[in-house]
Design a binder for this molecule. Structure first.
Ligand SMILES: *Cc1c(COP(=O)(O)O)cnc(C)c1O
Length: 380
């Protein structure tokens, strides 16, 4: 569960301070808040942490994707490519901006398959959204090379991979734009919240205006006299969330190191089980490590393993427990054409995968229980 496991006195004090001495709104009221702008502080610190020029805090990870697409000025007539295994929000954001989603297969990384990406590019494609599912970075070298060759923009959906990295660079900073989520189950949390990062000033300004009704944020005039040039909406983060974010960001490296340690302990102890194959990880050191995923030889075996784990009270995460929200093959509410057979490779991989959630706080006894349960399950 990441940062939510660590919510404590620091978060409570930070919230209380905004309510009693500050202002739970991100702009204006300079005197009343005595100069404390917690969202702005969270943005500056987040940008420094990941190594980006700009960060824009927004109300959710979904909002981050929506605001990013508005900032990129894509819409009707444009195609945006992402993957068939993602949280539904990635595709919702594409639909909300009026563009058409084009969905690729995933490979054994359970992230975007570069070979299928190349096949799905048309002259209408504008943006590629690789998603770093369950903490692990996508094949960014290959994806960035394809994007450069076709002159396409890369927006990284890093909502499940806050703090993860790829070959030494934080996920979200390799593409032109990166989106993070701070909902309650993500790596760090502000309850609900999200962040965009970019080095592109023009994009940043447009996204910042869009997320606040088109406000130009001219520091020389009062908010009510501010100019506007685009039609925006309200996707603002408030200062209560910002204050929590500042505290949680300080916890991020601890969250990652604990998860990596706990994941490695389990992975090492089940590596000798013949019938399991681990998910391919592009960068072990950069893995956020909030999930351990392995494949069984087929769907039937995976179902038996899942049953055995459930009987031993070992939960799974997304695979297979919430597949319906993460595989486009299940999304007939989005398109009547969608069915698992459109993405046969993805369908097959997902149906023989088991994902074990990794927590920050895991006692040796918890870890040993999981290891024993997996050994037992593998024999069924
Ligand atoms: C969680 C998530 C989102 C949306 O984030 P929210 O903050 O919950 O709106 C988008 N994409 C992916 C891959 C996610 O996991």
């Amino acid at each position: 569960m990441g940062g939510s496991e660590l919510i404590g006195k620091e978060e409570r004090d930070a919230v209380e301070k905004v309510l009693m001495d500050g202002v739970p709104f991100r702009y204006g009221f300079d005197e009343k808040r005595k100069g404390a702008f917690k969202v702005a502080e969270f943005e500056r610190r987040f940008a420094d942490y990941v190594g980006s020029k700009y960060a824009l805090a927004v109300s959710s990870g979904s909002a981050a994707l929506r605001v990013a697409l508005a900032g990129l000025d894509v819409g009707k007539g444009d195609e945006i490519i992402t993957q068939a295994f993602t949280f539904v929000a990635t595709v919702e954001a594409i639909i909300a901006c009026g563009a058409s989603p084009v969905l690729c297969e995933v490979d054994k990384t359970l992230n975007l398959d570069p070979a299928d990406l190349e096949k799905k590019i048309t002259d209408k494609t504008r943006v590629i959204i690789p998603v770093h599912m369950l903490g692990a970075p996508a094949r960014l070298d290959e994806i960035m090379e394809i994007a450069r060759r076709h002159k396409l923009i890369v927006l990284e959906d890093s909502c499940q991979a806050c703090g993860s990295s790829y070959k030494g660079r934080k996920t979200g900073t390799l593409g032109m734009v990166g989106a993070s989520s701070f909902d309650y189950v993500k790596t760090i949390t502000t309850g609900e919240g999200g962040m965009l990062v970019t080095d592109d000033e023009e994009f940043y300004l447009r996204a910042s205006e869009y997320h606040d009704h088109g406000h130009k944020h001219n520091p020389d005039v009062p908010r009510g006299k501010d100019g506007k040039s685009i039609v925006g909406f309200n996707y603002r983060m408030n200062d209560i969330q910002g204050a929590i974010g500042v505290v949680q960001l300080d916890r991020l490296d601890f969250v990652l190191s604990q998860q990596r340690k706990n994941k490695a302990a389990i992975k090492d102890a089940i590596g000798d089980i013949g019938c399991i194959e681990f998910r391919e990880i592009t960068d072990e050191e950069g893995d956020g490590a909030d999930t351990l995923i392995f494949f069984l030889p087929d769907k039937e075996k995976a179902e038996r393993v899942e049953d055995s784990l459930t009987k031993d009270n070992i939960p799974t995460k997304i695979l297979p427990s919430a597949l319906g929200w993460h595989f486009a093959g299940c999304w007939t509410h989005i398109s009547a054409d969608y069915s698992p057979s459109l993405w046969p490779k993805t369908d097959k991989l997902l149906n023989r995968a088991i994902a074990i959630p990794i927590s920050v706080k895991m006692a040796d006894a918890d870890i040993n229980e999981i290891i024993a349960a997996i050994h037992k399950a593998a024999k069924v």
